[in-house]
Design a protein around this ligand. Structure first.
Ligand code: NAD
Ligand code: LMR
Length: 327
């Protein structure tokens, strides 16, 4: 018997991340090949024709489990009865725009979308914010959706996590699949802190395998932090396929669990690790039964405290920058 369809909203549907993401979801990479999915696509009025073209291509793939597609410029239509939301659409920085202006322009978008989620989404909807500044956009969404569980509104740190895994695996000469207990803390920005202190490969501590703390601090951490800018420099466009892949990884693991393994998610802080409540901060989590739990009780040494406070300071500044909009 066919299962009832799940509804997945995706915003920014005409954009470049969605040009990968939508096809991955429709192909069954998120919920599995036996789960029908209805895509509910949101983009701006001027992008509706382009979304129509993407929908033609989705049709032309004849995905067996794509049970329907809704296209709209109205968040309340896009978010009605949804099980999951990928909030990808955001205002890019235009010429002469200051960072503060960008924050405010996006705050307006995520205020509206948070309100719409609050009104029409399923009460247990899982929300992943990808559009930058992702952590603060998730913070705004959460503030504007007070009737939804705060923990269900998350931001994407998974691309940073995957970037770190890949670089560390290459340095250690191992497969990225063999690295366990990696963590990325903080903001999805160059201040994020990729923390390999607890990482192991088949039981051996990864720092022992690499045995080069200077490389870790002076090369790995800044390289992961600046990877997004390096991709933009090389491609002339920001990362898209890898961002879509990370978005699938994040939501897939949240839905299906991690079998005890750690992944990094931007989550509203519960006050642990000295991070003020509500700040959406990258943390190591374990997922099971459709929920995630922050890995508790990890020691924080002086270097880590400095790194974690630096990225926190940036998030506190961003929060202050949007006070006029979310209060
Ligand atoms: P893009 O410019 O190709 O597409 C953005 C799409 O969003 C466009 O179709 C635009 O019309 C739409 N949009 C703008 N405002 C909207 C609104 N209010 N409602 C619905 N749709 C709206 O951008 P992209 O390359 O797909 O990237 C999207 C976002 O993801 C950017 O903010 C980018 O910086 C961010 N990003 C985040 C990560 C991460 O790891 N968190 C990684 C890569 C990119
Ligand atoms: C990335 O990490 O690739 C992006 O967030 C970069 C960007 O500014 O879009």
């Amino acid at each position: 018997m066919t299962k009832p369809a799940v509804r997945v909203a995706v915003t920014g549907a005409a954009g470049q991340i969605c040009y990968s993401l939508l096809f991955r979801i429709a192909n069954g990479d998120l919920y599995g090949k036996d789960q029908p999915v209805i895509l509910q696509l949101l983009d701006l009025p001027q992008a509706q024709a382009a979304v129509g073209g993407v929908v033609m291509e989705l049709e032309d793939c004849a995905f067996p489990n794509l049970a329907g597609v809704v296209v709209t410029d109205d968040p309340k239509v896009a978010f009605r009865d949804i099980d999951a939301a990928f909030l990808v659409g955001a205002r890019p920085r235009s010429k002469g725009m200051e960072r503060a202006d960008l924050l405010l322009a996006n705050a307006e978008i995520f205020k509206v979308q948070g309100g719409a989620l609050n009104e029409v989404a399923k009460r247990d909807v899982k929300v992943l914010v990808v559009g930058n500044p992702a952590n603060t956009n998730a913070y705004i969404t959460r503030k504007c959706a007070p009737d939804l569980p705060a923990s269900n509104i998350t931001a994407m740190l998974r691309l940073d996590h995957n970037r770190a895994l890949s670089q560390l695996a290459a340095k250690a000469g191992v497969s990225s699949a063999d690295i366990e207990k990696m963590a990325v803390w903080g903001n999805h920005s160059p201040t994020m802190y990729a923390d390999y202190r607890f990482a192991t490969v088949k039981g051996t501590p990864l720092p022992d395998l690499i045995n080069d703390e200077a490389w870790y601090r002076d090369v790995l951490i800044p390289k992961v932090g600046k990877r997004g800018a390096a991709v933009i420099e090389a491609r002339g466009l920001s990362s898209a396929a890898s961002a879509a892949n990370a978005a699938i990884d994040h939501m897939h693991d949240w839905i299906h669990g991690t079998n005890g393994g750690w992944v990094s998610m931007g989550v509203p802080s519960d006050g642990s690790y000295g991070i003020p409540e509500e700040i959406v901060y990258g943390m190591p989590v374990v997922c099971a039964n459709g929920a995630y739990e922050v890995v508790a009780g990890l020691p924080v040494d002086d270097f880590s405290r400095t790194m974690m406070d630096k990225t926190l300071k940036e998030l506190l500044d961003e929060r202050d920058g949007v006070k006029a909009i979310v209060g």
